[in-house]
Design a protein around this ligand. Sequence first.
Ligand code: ADP
Ligand code: MG
Length: 233
Amino acid sequence: MWGPTGSGKSRLLADIEWLAQGDTPTGRKVLINQETPDPELRFSIEHRIVAQLSQNMNFVMDTRVGEFLKLHAESRMIDSPCIVSDIIAMANELAGESFTAETAVTALSGGQSRALMIADTACLSTSPIVLIDEIENAGVDKSKALDLLCSQEKIVLIATHDPLLALMCSQRLVICNGAVQKVIAADAGERRQLEQLLRIDELVQELRRRIRAGERIEENALEQMLRSEAGMT
Ligand SMILES: Nc1ncnc2c1ncn2[C@@H]1O[C@H](COP(=O)(O)OP(=O)(O)O)[C@@H](O)[C@H]1O
Ligand SMILES: [Mg+2]
């Protein structure tokens, strides 16, 4: 889902999450398979078909990551001994800085808590549809996050300003003035562009890593990186 700030992306996600029936500021009605959804679906916590990962992830509970996940798994009646460690391992793959079951949830960084919520949603949520508002703002590995959620056979709808993420998706909704203006399906040409963009992105990440590590960037650093990349492939 693609469009300038203020174009209506978050509102559309909220309408879908709420299964709006003309009762939100947009007057939208969300249909499922062309039909008005059963009102039960809107208000049932157990049978929610839409899970939303919001832009702000604030924990108010005073607990540790392991306990939080254990409680959540229990509330979903999932009784698998490794589920908690699996989710933490997955979240650590998504977030740059790692954390453990002993980390207090209130001590997680924005990126870590987002990664935790994504892994939690992939493993514990039974909702077949996942909405994500602007995943790129939070220091999580977006392509891994997308792969993880899609591997659970969920329909993932993302609002984004990130061209890489937009090209990774099978379809793009172009949002303008509060409405979907266009739907663009990815084709072979775009896929090839994506491959090149991913390589460029890797170079940028490497530069970022070096700058963050306090290194000086030599005059021909990019040329060298390109050359060693060409040598590797
Ligand atoms: N179809 C619409 N009809 C009326 N108001 C809308 C519509 N779409 C969005 N808005 C309003 O426009 C404002 C900006 O929308 P928002 O979804 O926050 O944009 P974005 O997430 O793309 O930055 C919000 O106040 C939202 O409620
Ligand atoms: Mg928004």
